[in-house]
Design a protein around this ligand. Structure first.
Ligand code: ADP
Ligand code: MG
Length: 308
């Protein structure tokens, strides 16, 4: 039989928009030491739009947007949507892409007019080992200071063209960078303060750059930051905290967050989370409101205090 207190607690939870897939997790929530949040789409609203474009060489902003929007044509990422919107707003015509491939946690790749073209963030650059022209480096630095996410456009010309027009190298060439402005959710400030009052540490886990991560974390008063983390490494960061003897919850919405949700003592999927995230979570916060994380801890503490 289900203990009465648990039954009451689960229906109370349900009334508050919390779906409990694992009742033990609900009980354990009172003992959490650290809560790790995914940044994009969880603490922030998700990418809002392209606010700036910088190009090098003979590529102009329109051409860069056309190429980027073409490569992003099939991606479901919020960044891809923002790039496509920016191209559409400027009336830029996209071209045809083939061999589209999503590079998890890095970006996308496709073939356009025979060239291999990439769009992606800092994790893509380290993957490609590409040099960043100084104009794009300072553009990225400025954007980072303003907590803007930067993605790069990289072109790898096909052999023939490369020989004809530039050095006979097959290396990718960075031709443009885009700055995207995201907005911190109003509730996120209250979440961090309230969790601190409950004696819980707050951490952020993101695939975005160190610059952006620290700008957002400083703004919110977050204690620990893990940035430029590849999807396959996210669960390791949760383990690191657990190895310090901490009881850890992970809050996220994306496919990329699934292993970390599984690894955490309590996995919490938020809002319109992807199916994979929802299936990996112990608790699902139906309303897309990070404040429900605070309610969850308070509800757990109130419900289980008597049982100790
Ligand atoms: P987060 O951890 O912030 O939720 P993701 O793991 O989804 O982010 O992506 C990590 C990083 O990979 C992004 O910040 C971006 O730099 C890059 N990226 C992923 N998908 C795309 C895409 N479709 N277009 C451009 N960049 C992308
Ligand atoms: Mg995310």
């Amino acid at each position: 039989a289900i203990p009465l207190v648990v039954a009451i607690n689960t229906s109370l939870a349900a009334r508050n928009g919390m779906l409990i897939r694992d009742r033990i997790a609900m009980e354990e929530a009172r003992d959490l030491d650290t809560i790790v949040f995914d940044k994009t789409g969880t603490l922030t609203k998700g990418e809002q739009g392209v606010v700036d474009v910088e190009t090098v060489g003979n590529v102009d902003a329109e051409e860069a947007l056309a190429l980027a929007a073409t490569v992003e044509g099939d991606s479901e990422h919020m960044i891809a949507q923002a790039v496509r919107d920016a191209a559409a707003e400027r009336g830029v015509t996209t071209r045809t892409a083939t061999n589209f491939e999503a590079l998890k946690g890095r970006g996308v790749r496709a073939t356009v007019d025979g060239d291999t073209v990439y769009v992606g963030g800092p994790n893509l650059l380290s993957h490609l080992d590409a040099d960043v022209p100084s104009a794009l480096a300072s553009f990225a630095e400025r954007a980072g200071e303003n907590a803007q996410t930067v993605v790069y456009l990289v072109r790898e010309p096909s052999n023939g063209r490369a020989g004809a027009t530039r050095h006979a190298s097959r290396e990718g060439e960075l031709v443009a960078a885009f700055a995207l402005a995201d907005v911190v959710r109003e509730e996120s400030y209250q979440v961090v303060d309230a969790l601190h009052e409950l004696g819980i540490e707050v951490a952020m886990l993101t695939g975005d750059s160190e610059d952006v991560a620290h700008a957002v974390a400083d703004d919110l008063g977050i204690d620990t930051v893990f940035a430029e983390v590849l999807p396959e490494d996210k669960d390791e960061k949760v383990s690191e905290l657990q190895e310090e003897g901490k009881s850890v919850a992970m809050v996220g919405d994306g496919v990329n967050d699934a292993p970390a949700l599984t690894r955490a003592d309590i996995g919490i999927a938020i809002g319109s989370g992807t199916d994979v995230a929802v299936q990996s979570a112990d608790i699902i916060l139906v309303q897309n409101n990070p404040l429900d994380v605070v309610r969850l801890v308070k509800l757990s503490r109130a419900s289980y205090r008597k049982m100790q």
